[in-house]
Design a protein. Structure first.
Length: 137
């Protein structure tokens, strides 16, 4: 075993792998640590699929895992802080017996393409009767 600066290089991979996992946790990168651990388990269990990826591809998977985890946690935190009185989901909308907006229109709007185009949504219809006509301007 040789020591270069603060890095320990050993002949056995398990010591450096465990040290890497510990360092990732100390750096507060738990999703990266979990993704790295999963890659280690796949490497030892199957020996082929993950090993066939280049270093850059494996590293990209690990970084993407951390990025997604942080983005999801941020979204959850913002929803909690918004303190909505009611919880709602697009999947819970009842389209049966209502005129106006269709399921495909709602799903198209839920993708947020109008936001990227800087367009406005205008919903028209009588109040309280459940009839809505959406227009994107």
């Amino acid at each position: 075993m040789r020591i270069f600066g603060a890095r320990i290089i050993s002949r056995g991979r398990t010591m450096s792998d465990n040290a890497t996992l510990t360092q990732l946790h100390e750096l507060r990168l738990p999703a990266m640590a979990n993704s790295f651990r999963e890659q280690l388990e796949l490497r030892s269990a199957d020996g082929g699929s993950i090993a066939s990826l280049s270093f850059e591809e494996r590293f990209a998977l690990i970084v993407e895992s951390e990025w997604l985890d942080r983005r999801n946690k941020r979204t959850e935190r913002l929803i909690r802080q918004a303190a909505f009185r009611l919880t709602a989901a697009i999947e819970d909308i009842d389209y049966h017996g209502k005129k106006g907006i269709t399921k495909s229109e709602v799903l198209r709007l839920s993708l947020g393409g109008y936001i990227k185009k800087h367009a406005n949504i205008f919903l028209s219809g009588p109040t309280g009767v459940g009839y809505v006509k959406p227009s994107i301007m």
